[in-house]
Design a binder for this molecule. Structure first.
Ligand code: TGC
Ligand code: FAD
Length: 390
């Protein structure tokens, strides 16, 4: 059976362009062929499957919307979203790798970097020859990144960087890291730190029950000499990293739909095949309620993401609109994963099916890129004008 039968209850396909569908279908085929057959094993082993990097580059997952002159795919925001959706059908951890590379590493270099930095880094990142990571979160500053203590001093011919970042996707194998640190005046800037710079290390974080096929680690800086040309000069302040998060959160709003679709699709199939009390379990009203609510929620999330994609294409999407979609769609996906897992009974807890892995992965997705609570407070601030953070 085709394991990637995508639910499209409101005929969204009629709204997608031919290019959207081509891009999506290429990503779907690749995930089906190169991710789904291997990912459970890598997740069980808690190992990132490095061999998929070329494939991710080929489907345009590294810099989908970065211009072609820099090696990107030059696509629109809806294509970017659809690529993330298809990858996350496979695994949220694989989507994380693509999100970080595209929106948290390539995006700031493209938007805040010099032409020389774009030329030096973007083509290699787009092809997957180099992998990047994004260091914002610190051990003592997660939801409140503005409190960061990682800092750099101007030493005349270079900067001296000190501090530590925690929970950094791709850190254990990254070639470069876009790191956010404060200068002597306390202003936040982005710096490109390269593997091999003395005093820079990237220990891996073990014992995760979630996002096991994605490598997570620390970025540690002990008197790292960073060349001055590695500072991203064109934007500073907390708004600079938060601008990258807008782009990544947008991708997650689409990605979560992919995970939810895979759980729904699996549960729907199972409900027609699994017989109890002489009937397929899908014939019982309680199971139909679960399935009917799942497809309703997926459809609402698809419409939210699609409209957000249109706004983003027109450069009109606000940060608060992106927060709402990230929050809604990830919660939608995690609830569907939990319900779908129950529908598979005991089989639902095994690696024979993808649901338990999605469910555990989504515990990270609902936490990173701004927690569920933080996104709610962003909406609260937007509608009341009253800031709950201050
Ligand atoms: P606040 O005073 O509100 O804002 C500081 C400056 O930033 C501007 N701004 C934004 N700019 C662009 N995009 C946004 N989304 C923005 N939100 C705010 C704002 O206008 C202001 O500019 P200026 O010029 O006036 O200085 O900042 P705050 O300190 O009160 O914090 C606000 C808060 C809590 C919403 C923010 O800090 C936040 O979003 N916290 C959550 C942290 C977070 O999301 N971390 C994610 C780390 S990366 C990650 O998780 C990667 S996971 C791997 C994967 O993607 O797969
Ligand atoms: P805290 O900020 O300590 O939050 C703890 C709890 O308090 C949460 O429930 C939160 O919602 C709540 N809380 C906090 N402040 C408030 C408030 N004002 N009002 C109400 N409740 C509040 N970061 C990166 O920089 N780069 C990465 O690549 C990256 N990858 C990640 C990968 C994984 C697998 C994980 C788990 C995290 C990753 N992160 C990354 C970090 C992630 O962004 C943070 O975990 C997240 O922002 C939350 O920070 P924290 O874990 O310190 O939680």
């Amino acid at each position: 059976p085709d394991l990637f039968e995508a639910p499209d209850y409101y005929n969204l396909d009629d709204l997608f362009t031919e290019e959207h569908k081509l891009v999506r279908d290429a990503a779907r085929e690749w995930v089906k062929r190169d991710i789904s057959p291997i990912i459970e094993e890598y997740a069980q082993r808690a190992e990132f499957p490095k061999q998929i990097i070329n494939g991710l580059a080929e489907i345009g997952a590294f810099g989908p919307y970065i211009p072609e002159e820099y090696g990107g795919a030059g696509l629109d925001q809806i294509s970017y979203g659809l690529i993330m959706q298809e990858i996350e059908r496979g695994d949220s951890g694989v989507r994380s790798t693509a999100s970080v590379q595209s929106s948290l590493v390539m995006y700031p270099i493209w938007k805040y970097g010099t032409e020389e930095q774009c030329q030096k880094y973007l083509p290699k990142l787009a092809s997957g020859e180099w992998m990047g990571s994004f260091g914002l979160t610190e051990p003592d500053h997660g939801s409140n990144p503005g409190g960061m203590t990682t800092n750099f001093k101007d030493m005349g011919d270079h900067y001296l960087l000190n501090g530590a970042k925690l929970w950094i996707s791709n850190s254990p194998f990254c070639n470069i890291a876009v790191v956010w640190a404060k200068n002597e005046e306390g202003r936040i800037h982005g710096l490109i730190v390269e593997r091999g710079m003395e005093g820079f290390s990237t220990p891996e974080t073990h014992n995760k029950w979630s996002l096991r096929a994605s490598a997570t680690g620390e970025l540690i800086f002990q008197d790292v000499k960073v060349p001055k040309e590695n500072l991203l000069p064109n934007k500073s302040g907390l708004g600079a990293p938060l601008g990258c998060l807008d782009s990544a959160r947008f991708g997650i709003a689409w990605g979560a739909i992919g995970a939810a679709m895979d759980c729904y699709d699996t549960a729907l199939r199972y409900s027609k095949e699994r017989i109890q009390f002489g009937k397929p379990i899908g014939a019982f009203q309680l199971q139909q309620k679960k399935l009917a609510e799942m497809i309703t929620e997926i459809t609402k999330a698809q419409l939210l993401a699609f409209r957000l994609g249109q706004l983003k294409n027109e450069n009109k999407a606000t940060s608060a609109q992106i927060s709402m979609a990230k929050r809604n769609n990830v919660e939608m996906a995690i609830k569907i994963a939990r319900e779908a897992r129950q529908m598979l009974g005991g089989m639902g807890i095994t690696g024979e099916y993808s649901i338990m892995r999605h469910m555990m992965n989504l515990e990270s997705v609902i936490t990173y890129e701004g927690t569920h609570d933080i996104h709610l407070l962003i909406t609260g601030l937007d509608i009341t004008g009253l800031n709950a953070f201050k």
